[in-house]
Ligand binder design. Structure first.
Ligand code: ZN
Ligand code: ZN
Length: 218
């Protein structure tokens, strides 16, 4: 399996395209603006067909092109039900962004649950619910590749904002400790923005939520 890192859209949100040439299949994790133009040449080069689109959460910068990706590729869309309102009525996001983004509602085909196993690309991915940045943030963990795609819960030396509607610092800190820091230390963390990191590094060096303490700023 290859993990293609594709920053895209107005705030360089990262869409991760997972390809497996052995099965000729691909999964896209998040759909920022203009992602379709970025994944098409990669799919062609790898000889893969996009099968599924997994949304880490319902914020506009991760869903902006989801409806278009679904329409043009037929990919099956998965997300967590707690972000259903954001995904299906995205104009709600425009209210608190203070901008008209022309967001299209996305029809989710399958709601994922804490602890669910998803079979894709000849592998098994574990779903973990990591709320706090928003109610429906999930991560997708693949133990053979030791890779966790975490959305905006945890960043390299940072954490997701907790000041947007539905955000809560204490909930976020508990999610990070219980659902991310319990993964193997050498798990590579692929966040929705910025450089990758590892579970072990963040446990000791994250300035907001370390293994034993948290520091709420602002
Ligand atoms: Zn977000
Ligand atoms: Zn984001």
């Amino acid at each position: 399996m290859k993990i293609h890192v594709l920053p895209s859209g107005p705030i360089q949100t990262i869409g991760y395209l997972l390809t497996e040439s052995k099965t000729g299949e691909a999964v896209l994790v998040d759909a920022p603006g203009d992602i379709l133009a970025k994944i098409r040449p990669v799919l062609a080069k790898e000889g893969c067909v996009l099968k599924e689109l997994w949304l880490t959460h319902g914020h506009w910068d991760h869903t902006q092109e989801a409806a278009k990706v679904k329409r043009e590729t037929g990919a099956l869309v998965r997300a967590h039900r707690a972000d259903r309102g954001l995904i299906e009525t995205p104009e709600r996001m425009e209210e608190f962004m203070g901008a008209r983004l022309g967001l299209e509602p996305v029809i989710v085909d399958a709601w994922v649950e804490q602890g669910e196993r998803l079979s894709a690309l000849g592998r098994e991915f574990e779903v973990r619910h990591v709320p706090g940045h928003c109610p429906g943030n999930v991560l997708f963990f693949e133990p053979r590749a030791k890779a966790a795609l975490v959305g905006d819960a945890l960043f390299n030396r940072g954490v997701g904002r907790w000041d947007l509607p539905g955000g809560d610092f204490e909930v976020l800190a508990a999610s990070i400790r219980e659902q991310i820091y319990s993964l193997p230390d050498d798990t590579v963390v692929f966040p929705g923005h910025g450089p990758r990191t590892t579970v072990g590094e963040e446990k000791t060096d994250n300035p907001y939520v370390s293994l034993n303490s948290s520091f709420r700023a602002g």
